[in-house]
Design a protein around this ligand. Structure first.
Ligand code: SF4
Ligand code: SF4
Length: 124
């Protein structure tokens, strides 16, 4: 059974550091994204661009990520999309995957834990 949330512990968090933001209405410009982070007490920096027919989509680095401790410094106030994001839902064929996390690694780790849990009779 898949865990409710991905295992973020010890992850270098590419989802915070190199993210492309989209929702059902389309991709986010910097002007769309920035207020969400500022409201949470942090900000974003553009670290790359993805060319699109209707413009360039920014790759964003959240300034609230503590690289030294691999942790969110505004966790209690983090934006809604941070609360619901699950990298395991991403399509490996989509461009977000290239600069994004090593989902394969997370899935392998999850499978190993599940097998270990099955052996010991514990829930993963
Ligand atoms: S890439 Fe996935 S596992 Fe890593 S911090 Fe982001 S959501 Fe968590
Ligand atoms: S607010 Fe926290 S969880 Fe959201 S992108 Fe920034 S560091 Fe990551």
């Amino acid at each position: 059974m898949t865990a409710s949330y991905p295992d973020c512990a010890s992850c270098e968090a590419p989802c915070c550091r190199r993210q492309f933001m989209e929702d059902d209405d389309g991709w986010f410009s910097l002007a769309h994204a920035r207020p969400l982070y500022r409201a949470a007490g942090t900000d974003v920096k553009v670290v790359g661009w993805y060319p699109r027919e209707d413009g360039r989509q920014p790759m964003l680095e959240c300034q609230g990520f503590d690289v030294a401790h691999l942790a969110c410094t505004v966790y209690d106030r983090r934006p809604e999309h941070c609360r619901v994001y699950d990298c395991r839902d991403d399509d490996p064929d989509e461009r977000q995957q290239r600069p994004h996390c090593d989902i394969a690694r997370h899935r392998r780790a999850e499978a190993v834990r599940a097998r270990a849990a099955a052996r010991t009779g514990r829930t993963a």
